[in-house]
Design a protein around this ligand. Structure first.
Ligand code: ATP
Length: 513
């Protein structure tokens, strides 16, 4: 399936199976704002829990907080967001459409990357089993040429953005002859900076109202609470503070479904360390976070690191974990070495000391910070799009199956009476009454059992449990596995253990070891 078709399928499947709806759809929706539906809310919660367990519960020296979305407006002066949280935008004079200038250039590079992939596919076909991808991409002249081109374009883009040389970003767009993807026009305006924060007001009367921002990241709620947590939790460096919560950005280019939203959720962890140890901890968290992703079994080849050329004003090193979405490799998580920038700024703007007294060194210092920051919605899209498959079966028929990692699946099992009489529904209900203490389970008696299996496959339910006439005699049921479609006859009393084995968080997180 072409990538674009696959992506369309992801979006329509997410709606059809109750995962994601457009916000306020009856009013024709709101651009780049989405609602999570009955299954989506469960999947999202399970991803959040999977992250929280790995970060907070599994690490003695990491604690979690839940700071407010509203923060004192000086926070955003101190953090640099008022002055520098902007994207370079460019308008097309003919189509009147607005784009992020850096994204136009990056999309251009993604097209070159597609060419590399095509070369790789061709060569893989030609060489068959003897094909060595790494060797091919590091020696093939054409591939090397493409890669060199990508590298030099991205380097120049990074440098121009770093220097705030917006005229050069425009020059680059012109030199590459990048056209408006919608209209094909190359009639561009100058590149300008555009602040991404949403403003609002606190207070009733016009005179006393205070200008506020909706937080554009959750991190600052952690920084301003650094000393409170350190003191009340008696935390010793190195230690981390984790948080999940909503963030808001007035994104200019808001397409690609839940990949880029105006209201989204982040899962962030700030790790406070001794100055000078940041390189070590940067490597540590790169490794740990990649392991977390890989533990979900979504294909090791679908992840890669992308080190930043252009560093944000607060960082001394930064990398993205990129995931292969249906529209190509894109940022899923950022890992940033933020130095002491944030705490220093908050010290200066608040006039309060934000230092740590190190008993071993008998000295006070402002800790350095290592940040891991992942978008929950982007992770949702990664999991959902990677799991959706049209699988051709041995008999030639095609089934649509959502192979969600069982630990994340919204519903763990569907219990199905073979028919609606002879006491079978009652036994199915009893099974549900028992299992629901541990798992989300549902009852389904409508349609032939084959159709019910297909429906659960498409909804992502890892197990179907069927109650039939034999159950009446021997207390056994059939349990069917979503991915293999394998069916087993098992005792009702063994169901809990069979399901637990596959959906248990421990079973999955142990893979990080
Ligand atoms: P991008 O370059 O894609 O705009 P970013 O570098 O600005 O992302 P960060 O500020 O590092 O992103 O935010 C950390 C994480 O938050 C990102 O890796 C991403 O997963 C998520 N994120 C950021 N912006 C959005 C958004 N508009 N919608 C959904 N998730 C987002």
């Amino acid at each position: 399936m072409a990538n674009e078709d696959q992506f369309k399928k992801v979006i329509s499947h997410a709606k059809e199976y109750g995962y994601v709806f457009q916000s306020s759809e009856i009013y024709d929706g709101l651009s780049a704002v989405y609602d999570y539906a009955q299954n989506g809310a469960e999947l999202k919660k399970n991803i959040r829990d999977y992250w929280w367990k790995a970060m907070v519960q599994m690490n003695e020296n990491i604690v979690g907080i839940d700071a407010a979305i509203f923060m004192h407006p000086t926070t955003w002066k101190a953090s640099g967001h008022v002055d520098a949280f902007s994207d370079p935008l460019i308008d097309n004079k003919d189509s009147k459409k607005r784009y992020r200038a850096d994204v136009l250039v990056e999309d251009y590079c993604a097209k070159i990357e597609n060419k590399i992939e095509k070369e790789v596919k061709k060569a893989a076909k030609r060489f068959g089993d003897a094909f060595n991808k790494e060797e091919f991409v590091s020696t093939n002249g054409r591939v090397l040429g493409y890669q060199e081109k990508i590298d030099s374009i991205l380097k120049r883009l990074g440098q121009s953005l770093e220097k705030e040389d917006l005229a050069d970003v425009k020059a680059l767009i012109e030199e590459l002859e990048i056209a408006d993807p919608l209209s094909g026009s190359r009639n561009w305006t100058e590149v300008k900076q555009f602040n991404l924060m949403f403003g609002t007001k606190l207070g009733a009367s016009a005179e006393s109202a205070m200008d506020l921002y909706l937080r554009p990241e959750t991190a600052q709620g952690i920084f301003v609470n650094f000393l409170n947590v350190q003191k009340t939790g008696r935390m010793k460096i190195p230690f981390g503070i984790a948080q999940t919560g909503k963030a808001f950005r007035n994104e200019i280019v808001a397409r690609q479904f839940i990949f880029r939203m105006r209201e989204f959720e982040q899962m962030e962890m700030q790790f406070f360390i001794k100055p000078g140890t940041q390189k070590e901890w940067f490597e540590h968290w790169k490794d740990a976070r990649l392991k977390w992703h890989k533990s979900l079994g979504m294909g090791d080849e679908n992840y890669r690191f992308h080190d930043h050329e252009k560093l944000a004003h607060y960082a001394d090193a930064a990398t993205d974990i990129e995931f292969k979405f249906p529209f190509g490799f894109k940022e899923l998580e950022g890992i940033h070495s933020r130095t002491d920038f944030d705490l220093k700024q908050h010290e200066e703007f608040s006039g309060k000391k934000l230092q740590y007294f190190d008993h071993e060194d008998n000295a006070s210092y402002i800790p350095y910070v290592l940040e891991t920051s992942i978008g929950l919605d982007r992770m949702f899209l990664a999991v959902f799009s990677n799991s959706l498959e049209d699988e051709t079966l041995d008999d030639g028929s095609v089934r649509t199956v959502l192979k969600l990692p069982a630990v994340l699946a919204p519903t763990k099992a569907a219990v199905l009476p073979l028919i609606k009489r002879d006491g079978l529904p009652e036994i199915a209900r009893e099974i549900i009454e028992d299992l629901k203490w541990d798992f989300n389970v549902i009852y389904d008696e409508k349609d032939a059992v084959g159709r019910r299996y297909r429906r659960q496959d498409a909804a992502g339910t890892p197990f179907c449990i069927t109650v039939d006439h034999d159950t009446l005699n021997d207390n056994t049921v059939t349990i069917r596995h979503r991915d293999t479609m394998e069916q087993q006859r098992v005792k009702i009393e063994d169901l809990r253990a069979i399901i637990k084995k596959e959906v248990d968080v421990k079973h999955w997180l142990m893979k990080m070891k």
